[in-house]
Design a protein around this ligand. Structure first.
Ligand code: GDP
Ligand code: MG
Length: 743
C-alpha cells in the first residue's frame, strides 16, 4: 500500500538520512538502537519535558552514515500519555525519512496496532519482526511473504539481542526513505457507515482550511476530531478557530448518535476497525499457531472460525440472505395488506364524496394510486431495514464483505468495492446514490470507476416494490425465492459487466487491499430501531416529495389532451342508445349496468391512449413489442428513469385512469392480475429483469457525473444499461413465450 507517489505537499522538510525506531514498550527498540549505534549515541531529554531522547549515528554496510532516533515505546499514537504525544510529534515534525517499526512477533496482532496508526499518518515503515527466536519456540508461525503481500510493507525477521536481521532492516529503511522522502499515501481504513459519512463531510473542511495538513493527512486530522484529541484540537484552533468549531460540531453529533445507537464512542469504533484491519491481515494466512489477542477479540476470533470459514462462511452467508427475505415477506405481508386496503378504501371514499372532474382524478389516480402504491411497501421495507441494521450493528456485514472479497478479485474489482455494492442494494434495500459515494474509499481510480458503473445493478430499495408487486402476482408461492434470485441476478450482472469493463474500457492491474474485520458487538435494540427509522423515513420522505411531484406530472401527461368533445359524445350516445334499448327489450338492471361499464372502460382507455403519455407509450410499442411491453409499461418505465418507484406509481395511475368508477376499490395488484390480455409470466419476468438492469435513476446519474468528473460515464450508464436491459428483457420474454408461458 505504500508507494512513491505520495502527496507532494508533505515532502519539504524530510531528512532522508534520518531514521526513527518505533514500537511498543519492551519490543526490543533500545536493544536494536544500541546495536546500530554502538558508542555513537547521545542521551538527553525532549525540549521542556522529561521524556528521554536517544539519538545516535549508525553506519551502513555501504559506508553511509544515518542518524537514528529511538522513540519512546508506545502502544498507540493517541494523546493519552506524554510518550505518545512525543512519538507522534517526532514523526510529524522532525520527519524521519522512514521508520523501523520493531514488533514483538509473539504478540503480532497487538503490536500491529501502532503500525496501523503510523500507516494512517502516511509514514513509510519497515516492519522488524523482532524476538523471532521466542516466537518460534512458542510455536507462533508467521508467513512473512504473505504479510508483505497483504500490507505492502517490507517485513524482516530479526533477533535484536543477537543482531540478526538488523542490517537488512536498516538498509531497507534507508532505501524506503530515499524512495518516499518520508511520506506515503496514508492507509485509508473504513470505520463503518456512521464515521465514514462524518469523515466524508469533514475532510474537505480540513483541506480547505489547510488545518495542520502540512504535517498530517487531512483524513487523519478529521479522525482526531472524532477521537476528541486535545493536542490536535488545540493546535487546529490556532490555525482556524471557525473551521475547528464546525469539525467539533460534526464530531459531537456523531458521538451522540453512536452513544444512542451502539452505546459506544467514536474512539472505540475507530479502534475496533483498526483491529478489524489487523485481524483481516492475520487471518489471511499470515499467522498459524497461537497468538494472544485481547479478550473481546478472542471471542470474535472464535465466532469467525465458523462465520468466515472458507466453505462454511459462504453457505451461512447465503442462508442469512435467504432468511432475510423470508422473514421480511412472511412478517411484512400482513401490515402490507392492511395498508394497501387502507389506500384502496381512501380512494373509494374520495371517489364517492367528490364530484367527477379533473381534481378528483388528480387526487384518486395521481396522488392516492401513485404515491399510495409506493407507501404501501413501507412495512416491508421497514422490516428489511431492521434486519439489515442488525447485521450492520453486530459486525456481520463486515464479514459479508470479507467473504465476498475473494470472489471480487476475480472480476477485476477491489475488496473495497463490496461496501458500495452492499450500500447500493447488494443486500436488498440499499440505494445507489450513497453506494456511488461510498466508492471514495477505493484508492485505485480504475477499480473505483468500475465499481461506480456497476453499483446501479444492485436491487436498491426503489426496485424492491416493483419486484414485490410482480413477483407476488406471478410467483405467488415462491416470493422469497424469486426475490432472492433477483438479488443474485443483480450481483451477477454487476460482476460480469465489471469484468468486461476491466478487460476493455478500464484495463489495469489490481491493487492489494485488506478488508477490516472489526470485533463483533451485541447490537442494542434502540440502536437498531433508530437506524431502521432513519432509513424508513428517507423512503417515506422521497415518496412524499420527489415521487409525489413526478406522479402529478405523469398524471397530467396521462390526462391531457383529453378526448375531443365529438368523440366523447359518441360514447355518451352509445350509452343512451343502450339504455333505451334495454327498456324496450326488458333487460335487467344488472345486465344494463354491465354493458354501461364496458363502454365506460373503453372510453377511459381511449382517453388514456389519446393523452400525451399514451401516444408516446403507443409509439414506443413498435420497439418494445419483442420484450412484451405494452404502452402502459412503456410510460411506467420511462418515468422510472426519474426514480424506480415511479414504475409502480405510474402503473397505478395508468390502471386507475383507464378504468371505470366501479373498479375504484381494486388494488393495482388486482388490476394487473385481471388484465390477462396484457400480462403473462413471460413479459412480467422481462419487466423484472429490465427494471433490475436499466438506466440508473436521475440522482444516481448526477452522482456518477460528479464522482467520475466526466459526462462520458453518465451517458455510458444511461445508454449501456438501457441497451443491456433491453436485450436481456427480449431474451427472457422470447424464451418464456417459447416455453408456453407467454401470450
Ligand atoms: P524497548 O522497551 O523496546 O526498548 O525494549 P528493550 O530493547 O529494552 O528490550 C526489552 C527486553 O527484550 C530486553 O531484556 C532485551 O534483552 C530483550 N530482547 C530484545 N530483543 C530480543 C530478541 O530478539 N529476542 C529475545 N528473546 N529477547 C530480546
Ligand atoms: Mg527502550
Amino acid at each position: 500500500m505504500q508507494d512513491e507517489h505520495s502527496s507532494e505537499r508533505l515532502h519539504k522538510d524530510t531528512k532522508a538520512g534520518f531514521i526513527a525506531i518505533a514500537g511498543n514498550p519492551n519490543s526490543g527498540k533500545t536493544t536494536a538502537f544500541n546495536r546500530y549505534t554502538g558508542a555513537r549515541q547521545h542521551v538527553g531529554n525532549y525540549p521542556g519535558i522529561t521524556v528521554e531522547k536517544k539519538e545516535g549515528l549508525a553506519h551502513l554496510v555501504t559506508g553511509e552514515t544515518v542518524t537514528l532516533v529511538d522513540l519512546p515505546g508506545t502502544y498507540s499514537l493517541t494523546a493519552y500519555s506524554l510518550e505518545e504525544v512525543v512519538a507522534r510529534r517526532v514523526l510529524a515534525e522532525d520527519r524521519p525519512g522512514a521508520v523501523i517499526d520493531v514488533l514483538n512477533t509473539s504478540v503480532l496482532e497487538r503490536n500491529l496496532y501502532l503500525s496501523v496508526q503510523m500507516l494512517e499518518m502516511g509514514i513509510p515503515i519497515v516492519l522488524a519482526l523482532n524476538m523471532m527466536d521466542e516466537a518460534r519456540t512458542r510455536g507462533v508461525n508467521i508467513n512473512v511473504q504473505r504479510l508483505e503481500e497483504l500490507t505492502g510493507l517490507k517485513c524482516i525477521p530479526t533477533v535484536a539481542k543477537r543482531g540478526d536481521g538488523l542490517d537488512l532492516a536498516l538498509s531497507e529503511a534507508v532505501k524506503l526513505s530515499e524512495k518516499t522522502k518520508g511520506r506515503v499515501d496514508p492507509l485509508v481504513i473504513s470505520y463503518g457507515t456512521d464515521l465514514d459519512a462524518a469523515l466524508t463531510e469533514m475532510v474537505p473542511l480540513v483541506e480547505k482550511a489547510s488545518l495542520l495538513t502540512d504535517q498530517y493527512p487531512a483524513r487523519w486530522v478529521a479522525m482526531k476530531f472524532l477521537e476528541k484529541d486535545k493536542d490536535i484540537m488545540t493546535r487546529a484552533r490556532r490555525v482556524n478557530n471557525e473551521v475547528s468549531d464546525q469539525l467539533l460540531a460534526t464530531a459531537t453529533r456523531v458521538e451522540d448518535h453512536l452513544k444512542k445507537t451502539l452505546n459506544t464512542y467514536p474512539e472505540a469504533v475507530i479502534a475496533d476497525y483498526r483491529y478489524g484491519w489487523i485481524s483481516s491481515v492475520i487471518k489471511n494466512g499470515v499467522l498459524t499457531g497461537s497468538s494472544e489477542p485481547f479478550e473481546r477479540i478472542a471471542f470474535s476470533d472464535k465466532l469467525d472460525m465458523v462465520l468466515t470459514h472458507r466453505v462454511g462462511g459462504p453457505v451461512i452467508l447465503f442462508a442469512v440472505l435467504y432468511l432475510m427475505y423470508f422473514f421480511t415477506i412472511q412478517i411484512g405481508q400482513f401490515p402490507n395488506d392492511w395498508l394497501t386496503a387502507g389506500f384502496d378504501w381512501l380512494s373509494e371514499f374520495v371517489g364517492d364524496h367528490m364530484a367527477s372532474g379533473p381534481l378528483k382524478s388528480l387526487i384518486t389516480a395521481g396522488v392516492i394510486s401513485g404515491v399510495g402504491g409506493v407507501l404501501g411497501f413501507v412495512p416491508l421495507i421497514m422490516i428489511m431495514f431492521f434486519l439489515i441494521a442488525f447485521l450492520e450493528d453486530s459486525g456481520y456485514m463486515a464479514r459479508v464483505a470479507y467473504i465476498m472479497d475473494r470472489v471480487f478479485r476475480f472480476f477485476g474489482l477491489h475488496g473495497a468495492s463490496i461496501m458500495p455494492f452492499i450500500i447500493g442494494g447488494g443486500i436488498a434495500g440499499g440505494c445507489a446514490v450513497p453506494g456511488v459515494m461510498a466508492t471514495r474509499t477505493l484508492r485505485s481510480p480504475k477499480e473505483r470507476l468500475a465499481t461506480i458503473l456497476t453499483v446501479p445493478f444492485m436491487t436498491c430499495g426503489a426496485k424492491i416494490p416493483v419486484f414485490l408487486l410482480f413477483v407476488s402476482i406471478f410467483f405467488k408461492n415462491h416470493v422469497p425465492t424469486v426475490m432472492f434470485i433477483l438479488t443474485l441476478a443483480g450481483w451477477a450482472s454487476a460482476l460480469v459487466v465489471a469484468l468486461v469493463l476491466r478487460k476493455t474500457l478500464i484495463k489495469g492491474e489490481p491493487t492489494p487491499f485488506v478488508m477490516e474485520l472489526p470485533p463483533y458487538r451485541v447490537p442494542t435494540l434502540a440502536g437498531i430501531c433508530i437506524h431502521t427509522w432513519e432509513r424508513t423515513w428517507q423512503y417515506i420522505k422521497k415518496a412524499g416529495t420527489i415521487i409525489l411531484g413526478i406522479s402529478i406530472l405523469i398524471w397530467a401527461a396521462m390526462t391531457f389532451p383529453s378526448l375531443p368533445a365529438d368523440e366523447a359524445k359518441l360514447y355518451e350516445d352509445q350509452i343512451a342508445q343502450i339504455t333505451a334499448q334495454a327498456q324496450t327489450q326488458g333487460k335487467s338492471e344488472d345486465e344494463l349496468a354491465e354493458m354501461v361499464t364496458d363502454i365506460n372502460n373503453t372510453q377511459e382507455t381511449e382517453t388514456l391512449r389519446h393523452s400525451l403519455a399514451g401516444r408516446l407509450g403507443i409509439a414506443m410499442e413498435n420497439v418494445t413489442r419483442p420484450a412484451g411491453f405494452d404502452w402502459r409499461t412503456n410510460i411506467a418505465l420511462l418515468g422510472g428513469i426519474a426514480a424506480k418507484e415511479v414504475v409502480i406509481s405510474t402503473l397505478g395511475t395508468a390502471y386507475s385512469l383507464g378504468s371505470s368508477e366501479d373498479e375504484e376499490s381494486l388494488s393495482l395488484s388486482e388490476r394487473i392480475e385481471n388484465d390477462k390480455a396484457t400480462w403473462h409470466t413471460s413479459n412480467a419476468v422481462a419487466l423484472l429483469l429490465f427494471t433490475l438492469l436499466y438506466s440508473p435513476c436521475f440522482v444516481t446519474l448526477a452522482m456518477t457525473k460528479q464522482e467520475t468528473g466526466k459526462w462520458r460515464w453518465l451517458f455510458f450508464s444511461l445508454f449501456f444499461n438501457l441497451a443491456l436491459a433491453f436485450v436481456v428483457a427480449i431474451m427472457a420474454n422470447q424464451l418464456l413465450t417459447a416455453m408456453g408461458l407467454g401470450a
